[in-house]
Design a protein around this ligand. Structure first.
Ligand code: CA
Length: 219
């Protein structure tokens, strides 16, 4: 899953960036509202973590612009403890949830998982599909109740496909979910991860629609 972190405070930004990357997300970090606009207009993110107090264009205006473009990306706003009006304004401008600064990092990860779940139209925290089950919190993957070890990027491919069975993701879309700006992308990287997943999970789970992309068929 690919996230955009919008945060002007360098210390918070670095800490959150490290945390999210360690948890397996591909993350781009921008520090002002103008750059957030550029990033959101040009990329497909699975979620935005948006600080509201930003230099230049503030977070609420970034959010309004995003919703005015009809982009449905889930938005988690970060607000100051004493600012109820700011939270209300953020939610009414189209945010999906808020977290109060300074926030607990475990709570941040849990709120992100909850929003990703809801945006995929799910309520249950563990994805179960045929004989495969994956847990976004623990990153545990079970096949026939036996634990399987995946690399971080194999995990990311599998989670993206299992989040929406029946939906085809193109190689470019999967690359967007796996890599952030600073990464160099090897042209056959996605094929390599798919190959690894098929070896570990069985060849039937992930299907290739030639020239279009990959999917996990609807159960
Ligand atoms: Ca700020």
């Amino acid at each position: 899953m690919r996230l955009l972190l919008v945060e002007d405070d360098r210390m918070i930004g670095e800490a959150v960036l490290d945390l999210l990357r360690a948890d397996g997300y591909a993350v781009d970090w921008v520090r002002d509202g103008g750059m957030a606009d550029v990033a959101l207009s040009g990329n497909e993110y699975d979620l935005v973590l948006l600080d509201l107090g930003l230099p230049g264009k503030d977070g609420i205006d970034v959010l309004r612009s995003l919703r005015a473009r009809k982009q449905r990306t889930p938005v988690l706003i970060a607000t100051a403890r004493d600012s109820v009006p700011q939270r209300v304004a953020g939610l009414d401008a189209g945010a999906d949830d808020y977290i109060v600064k300074p926030y607990d990092l475990d709570e941040l990860l849990a709120r992100i998982r909850a929003l990703l779940r809801r945006s995929a139209g799910r309520a249950e925290p563990v994805y179960e599909y045929q004989n495969v089950s994956i847990n976004p919190e623990t990153k545990e993957v079970l096949v026939d109740a036996q634990p399987i070890l995946l690399s971080a990027r194999e995990w990311a491919v599998l989670e993206s496909l299992l989040a929406r069975p029946g939906m085809i993701l193109s190689r470019a879309q999967l690359e967007e979910k796996l890599f952030c700006w600073k990464d160099e992308i090897n042209s056959n990287a996605v094929e390599v991860y798919i190959h690894g997943l098929r070896k570990k999970l069985g060849a039937g789970l992930i299907q290739n629609v030639r020239g279009v992309g990959y999917l996990v068929p609807k159960a």
